[in-house]
Design a protein around this ligand. Sequence first.
Ligand code: AMP
Ligand code: GLY
Length: 416
Amino acid sequence: MKLLLVGAGGREHAIAWKIAKSPKVDKIFVAPGNGGTAIENKCENVDITDIDELIVFAKENEIYLTIVGPEDPLAKGITDKFKAAGLRVFGPDKAGAQLEGSKSYSKEFMKKYGVKTAAYEVFTEVNTALLYVENCAYPVVIKADGLAAGKGVAICETKDQAIEAINSYMIDDIFNGAGQKVVIEEFLDGVEASILSITDGKTIIPFISAKDHKQIFDGGKGPNTGGMGVVAPNPYVTNAVMKEFEDNIMAKTLTGIQAEGFDFKGIIFFGLMICEKGTYLLEYNVRMGDPETQSVLSLMESDLFEVIEAAMDEKLSEITVNWKDEVSVNVVLASEGYPGEFVKGYLITIDQSVQDNVFLAGAKMEGGVLLTNGGRVLSVIGNGKTIEEARETAYRNLDLVKFKDSYFRKDIGICK
Ligand code: AMP
Ligand code: GLY
């Protein structure tokens, strides 16, 4: 059986690694892939990103199923186009992908179906947005409506910061159109949790919880990044939090998906804020998180391909997804300077003994060697019976992976 996996991140390397373990899968083409999928078992990179070209490739190569990793192609309607061409594809349709593609849409969806979330207002006029922040409570959160590669959220402590954010989004247009509409919302104080889940449109099965460490510096300081490391399960997600999530967020989301008539066989990622006054939904993503996926899939005992097949057949209610009784920590090794400017093209060396614990992201294979090719270059996994054991293993493994001017956080897994 031949599969096509769309994407090029650490998430896609982890998905490819996990799916390659399925005895039912013979070959995985990864489009465009990265240095990790270039050398992963059963995998071959194909240098295509255009959706129409992917359709031609899938037909010519008799691809049994296409799995879409990132949000961009989903928001562009890759699922609708593949289906119209008679091809099987895992990922929500364009309408469902709006849950991530438009913050105002997703907030309206949450309100309509009673999903617990922060209070908010939507603005399309710069003057009314500026007027609103004159008298609102601080801190306040200002979000670009559209996709902004994880950079579209500003937490503003003061009115000056809020004015600056609004001007940069709406006047300077720093997100190329994605910030022409803004959501301004109530700041929630708490701890974050990521819950990835799979749905077939009838059932949602949550995966094991995860905690991302978003800021660049230790202790959660400095600017936000795509994520600098993860611990899974998330120690803050108690049974009580999980119950609240299932009742106030997950079940209502499923009702909404059905009522809106989305064709949603895919991943839904809930970004939660656990606060004293309860558990809130910050956002939906319609794909797996990066680097959450690397840890979550390393703990999954079930065959991911079979789980996805059950979703494709609308049979998720008939299966259970099994997890190892372990903790996974993954630490991202980034290029010095990220999330700002950084240099690419350094040689990466990975000791043979830890090869199976490394997921490559911003890395490419060239002339038979691995070279850095992005901000977040790779992540290194360590699993153990406790967080401490997982942390020790992850950092010991990290010592065996090297490239020039690398940077990593030393406190991944420490949750105060
Ligand atoms: P989002 O893209 O909506 O997940 O936002 C990115 C990050 O901004 C989140 O992971 C949070 O750290 C933070 N954030 C978003 N919304 C809020 C909020 N209402 N209150 C506090 N922090 C938030
Ligand atoms: N790590 C957070 C995300 O993938 O959005």
